[in-house]
Design a binder for this molecule. Structure first.
Ligand code: ADP
Ligand code: MG
Length: 399
């Protein structure tokens, strides 16, 4: 272990009351904007196996109430290394991921993440929450450790069949999450821990997730298309259209909408500040991952801000489709950038250029057809996770 990481772990162990008796920290495995994640050995995991009783727990550890009672079946812990485990005497060791949520996160936000994980605890494809502890202002979430491969190590090598297996796993997770009307909001490779040997992945990181319909206001995109078109041609285009040139002295209130997510993975409705965002925005992000696999480029989109992100998307889809997408959400897309064409390019072309090839295989073409469904600019038309699992691309049997 790197000395600076060891120092960080020592500090954590010495300041979080009672943690040493319960977990043995092994390494730091993640460090992000909102949290640090450590791998640790669970020293008391037997408690869980015997229909674990919170009273038996170390009284020095503060539970974030209510403690989660885990069922005995479907034990989620991953063994560190199957081969090593088999050679070892005695009971196998169990490993956890300790997610230390920064104290700068608001209590509401931390509660939101823990509650959503709690709601999702019986989904196989979502990394379950074992429990959570609090010490003064510090909250830690305990998750089973899930062994996974670094995305950068496999995305270039995957065959189309392997890509299909990956997406079957990802869309199974999304279906479970979306069925509960939860929007993950941060679908990207580092939040889907995929074990390429086991061909299984779990979704993590519900730090930005939200229940569909919270804090939402009506948006034009909800209206049925007939009425929408009528309204656009009448009042909306007139009142919401651009004033001449750059709106420097625009007195209208600015639009507000949740824009949480990661650069390059944001759906167009997020960029256009749709006030009624749905689970479909996760499908777009999953599409960005698929485009990465098919084009063998990561990150595929690499914008510094939302305006650049719109330019990137417009370059592929063309001005016309971007304009109607903007109208859908009651806003306007204007550009005078000469490289953005009227009609854009087909995804097939984009992928062939990226790979420097002249044609795609039948399997790849099927993947592109599926990608087109994930990249519908109109969220109402975009494929749902449930429908995706019925799509030919995900259904084809590899055997
Ligand atoms: P953040 O909100 O900081 O992004 P995440 O929940 O995404 O936090 O975790 C950050 C990283 O820690 C992940 O990308 C992954 O590498 C690692 N990680 C998180 N949970 C687990 C887990 N259960 N098993 C193994 N690694 C994990
Ligand atoms: Mg993350």
């Amino acid at each position: 272990v790197d000395p600076s990481v060891q120092e960080d772990m020592d500090k954590f162990q010495n300041t979080f009351k009672g943690i040493k008796e319960r977990f043995r920290l092994i390494n730091r495995i993640g460090e992000g904007t909102f949290s640090t994640v450590y791998k640790a050995e669970d020293l008391l995991y037997d408690h869980f196996e015997n229909d674990w009783d919170p009273d038996k727990e170390n009284p020095n550890l503060n539970w974030c109430s209510p403690p989660v009672k885990r069922r005995k079946t479907n034990h989620p812990y991953e063994d560190e290394d199957d081969h090593r485990q088999r050679r070892q005497e005695g009971p196998p060791k169990k490993y956890v991921a300790i997610k230390k949520i920064y104290a700068t996160s608001s209590p509401m936000r931390i509660l939101n993440e823990l509650e959503l994980l709690h709601d999702l605890q019986n989904c196989n494809s979502v990394c379950p929450l074992i429990t959570a502890f609090r010490n003064t202002d510090q909250v830690i979430a305990i998750l089973p450790y899930f062994r996974h491969t670094d995305f950068r190590d496999y995305f270039r090598e995957f065959t189309t069949s392997q890509v299909r297996v990956y997406f079957r796993s990802l869309f199974t997770a999304l279906e479970a999450v979306h069925e509960r009307r939860i929007i993950h909001r941060d679908i990207k490779p580092t939040n889907f821990l995929y074990d390429s040997a086991k061909e299984r992945g779990v979704l993590v990181d519900f730090g930005l997730a939200e229940k569909e319909g919270t804090e939402c206001k009506p948006c034009l995109c909800q209206k049925d298309s007939e009425r929408r078109r009528a309204r656009i041609s009448n009042s909306v285009a007139a009142t919401m259209g651009p004033s001449n040139g750059y709106p420097k002295n625009d007195s209208r209130p600015s639009r507000r909408a949740n824009r949480a997510g990661t650069r390059g993975f944001r759906a167009p409705e997020v960029l256009f500040k749709c006030t009624n965002q749905t689970t479909k925005l996760d499908i777009w992000s999953a599409g960005v991952i698929l485009l990465t696999f098919l084009s063998r480029r990561f990150p595929f989109f690499n914008s510094a801000d939302d305006v650049e992100a719109m330019i990137e998307i417009a370059t592929i889809f063309g001005v016309q489709r971007m304009k109607s997408c903007a109208y859908l959400h009651g806003t306007v897309f204007e550009t005078n950038i000469p490289t953005i064409g009227k009609t854009g390019f087909t995804l097939e072309k984009i992928i062939m250029w990226s790979k420097a090839v002249n044609s795609l295989s039948g399997e790849e073409k099927l993947a592109v057809a599926f990608l087109e469904r994930c990249f519908e600019l109109d969220p109402n038309k975009r494929i749902s996770a449930k429908e995706a699992l019925e799509h030919d691309f995900l259904r084809v049997d590899d055997e």
